[in-house]
Design a binder for this molecule. Structure first.
Ligand SMILES: [Zn+2]
Length: 137
């Protein structure tokens, strides 16, 4: 079960750490399923000091986000704007879609949206039923 609920492009909220980092939100830039780490924009920044090694290269300070463990962050639902656990609902295409544990909204990524659009023409009503059933469980 190496699947991760967080995907690149998601907005996440930090749920652990000190007062400075907890509650911070940012966009996921990189997801690494092997190490279970994500890189979040503006989060866990380290300042790198670099000397110019050539005439073209500029020296100075660079702020770079470092990977954080995926268990340190929670997905922020784009619909209800809350940090939430992720449910999985079966979509029309037979693939599982992520949904918000709090408001039940399906959180789709760009790839999923494309798949959903093609599947939508077949039926939209069965999707509703399936989603409702999943919510009851
Ligand atoms: Zn929600």
């Amino acid at each position: 079960m190496a699947s991760m609920n967080i995907r690149s492009g998601d907005t996440v909220e930090v749920i652990v750490g000190d007062v400075n980092s907890r509650g911070k939100r940012g966009k996921v830039i990189v997801v690494n399923p092997e190490t279970h780490r994500v890189v979040v924009e503006g989060l866990n920044l380290v300042t790198k000091h670099r000397k110019p090694r050539s005439a073209q290269e500029q020296g100075g300070k660079f702020e770079q986000p470092r990977p954080v463990d995926v268990s340190n962050v929670m997905l922020v639902c784009p619909k209800c704007n809350q940090a939430t656990r992720v449910n999985h609902v079966l979509g029309d295409n037979g693939k599982y879609l992520r949904s918000c544990h709090k408001c039940g909204a399906v959180i789709d990524t760009r790839a999923e949206r494309k798949q959903t659009r093609t599947a939508k023409s077949k039926s939209t009503s069965t999707k509703r039923t399936k989603k409702a059933q999943t919510d009851e469980e």
